[in-house]
Design a protein around this ligand. Structure first.
Ligand code: CA
Length: 231
């Protein structure tokens, strides 16, 4: 059997029996395991540098695993996240990966698979921070939050920046209105769909003012898509 590096792992799982099973199994594999039984405690315990891996159940009372992942990534925490989702909930998986999870496992899972995924996460280590995103003549620096189109610097508000960063990370792919709202404002927000449209209109006014080639496409009834090809 492959021997992995011992890791410090935070397990956030609200079913006590499942949490204990995971804790025991990972401990036997040599890892140091801490358990949080709800999302709020989990987020509070997941301070940067304390854990090498976070194992987040999606369905948690209070704060979902998806929301924990979103908040950690929003504060630039790059600790690897392995998401535990219910079987067949593809949207959870897609959303989890969009929000910054690195890997996922569907329940019920075999323990050998869990251990293998944990070892794989250990080998990969912390996720490298991509700094420059660039597409369709736009460049965005995730460190300094500077945005340019060609040589022209663009000033964006926090929300405009968050929308553009998402679109650039997924350039060439259509992001649904729901996933944009979820990622930018969070799952428990009651943002209306037309609020998103207002921000996209403001963003467009800045990244593609009159006369410049359009790069942000509206996909009617679905969402938005930023051009992937270079200008
Ligand atoms: Ca659960």
């Amino acid at each position: 059997m492959e021997v992995g590096c011992p890791m410090r792992i935070l397990v956030v799982e609200d079913e006590p029996r499942m949490a204990e099973l995971i804790r025991q199994g990972l401990s036997e594999d040599g890892h140091v395991v801490t358990v949080a039984l709800n999302g709020v405690d989990g987020l509070a315990m997941a301070q940067p540098g304390v854990f090498d891996l976070l194992l987040l159940d999606v369905m948690l009372p209070g704060l979902s695993g998806l929301e924990i992942a979103r908040r950690l990534r929003a504060r630039r925490d790059r600790t690897p996240i392995l998401m535990l989702t219910a079987r067949d909930s593809t949207s959870d998986i897609v959303q989890g990966l969009d929000l910054g999870a690195d890997d996922y496992l569907t329940k019920p899972f075999s323990f050998d698979v869990l251990l293998a995924r944990v070892r794989a996460a250990g080998r990969r280590g912390p996720i490298a921070q991509p700094v420059w995103l660039s597409t369709a003549g736009l460049t965005l620096n995730q460190g300094t939050r500077e945005v340019r189109r060609g040589q022209r610097a663009i000033e964006l508000t926090r929300t405009e920046y968050a929308i553009l960063e998402l679109l650039m990370r997924h350039a060439g792919r259509v992001l649904t209105r729901e996933s944009l709202i979820e990622s930018v404002w969070g799952g428990d927000s009651d943002i209306e769909s037309n609020t998103l449209d207002v921000f996209v209109r403001l963003l467009r006014g800045k990244i593609e003012p009159a006369g410049e080639t359009r790069v942000l496409r509206t996909v009617r009834g679905v969402g938005y898509c930023l051009r992937a090809e270079s200008e």
